[in-house]
Design a protein around this ligand. Structure first.
Ligand code: SAM
Length: 189
């Protein structure tokens, strides 16, 4: 997959992997998986909660360059926004990314009713995952995909969400044994 990327992107991703623990970035294979999935599903309107320094955003946005889509990403830690934007610029994806600074719940609560996403990636405050899901649900289109990281590494914190989505007849959900555990759901109706 990475063979399709330009040299600067390849280099930037490798450099970011040196500080992966410090910035709580997703594993490389999770990035590759999200990229493949977005390209396969031809997703165009993606929301990410938890930008950090932009590592996962680069994998997502590179796929969106192929599908003609755009990414909105949310981060409340102001010091992470600048490096994220710099990394997006280096990798040639800044033009399709809107970075919003603020608390994910507040931003979701104020989303206009007609804002719709076809792919959502949740990777922010693990204890708030269920609340994010409840607020995102009206904005995810039928057939849309919801991916949530850390469902195995932070099992207890994410449990209320996992229990809720497993019981929700509107969603088909599977937990993938990727490094931190990735919940992957499709909205059926
Ligand atoms: C696990 S890291 C995200 C890593 C990023 N997705 C990546 O793989 O490159 C979680 C990020 O979410 C941010 N965050 C935590 N709680 C948040 C909240 N309530 N609203 C917005 N961002 C939040 C943290 O500051 C942190 O940068």
């Amino acid at each position: 997959m990475i063979e399709n990327f330009d040299e600067i992107t390849k280099q930037t991703l490798l450099e970011l992997e040196n500080t992966q623990k410090q910035f709580w970035n997703i594993a490389r294979v999770t990035g590759e998986f999200l990229n493949l999935l977005i390209r396969t599903a031809k997703s165009k309107n993606v929301l990410e909660l938890g930008t950090s320094n932009g590592y996962s955003g680069i994998w997502i946005a590179k796929a969106l360059k192929e599908t003609g889509g755009k990414l909105t990403t949310v981060e409340f830690y102001e010091k992470r926004i600048k490096p994220a934007r710099e990394n997006f610029e280096k990798c040639g994806v800044l033009d399709i990314i809107t970075t919003i600074e603020g608390s994910a719940i507040k931003i979701l609560e104020y989303l206009p009713e007609d804002t719709k996403f076809d792919f959502v990636f949740i990777d922010a405050n693990k204890s708030e995952t269920l609340k994010y899901f409840e607020l995102i649900n009206p904005h995810l289109i039928q057939g849309g995909i919801l991916a949530v990281d850390n469902v195995l590494s932070h099992r207890e914190k994410v449990k209320p969400f996992i229990d809720a989505i497993a019981q929700n007849p509107d969603y088909q959900n599977v937990v993938l044994n990727l490094p931190a555990g990735l919940s992957l759901a499709r909205k059926l109706r």
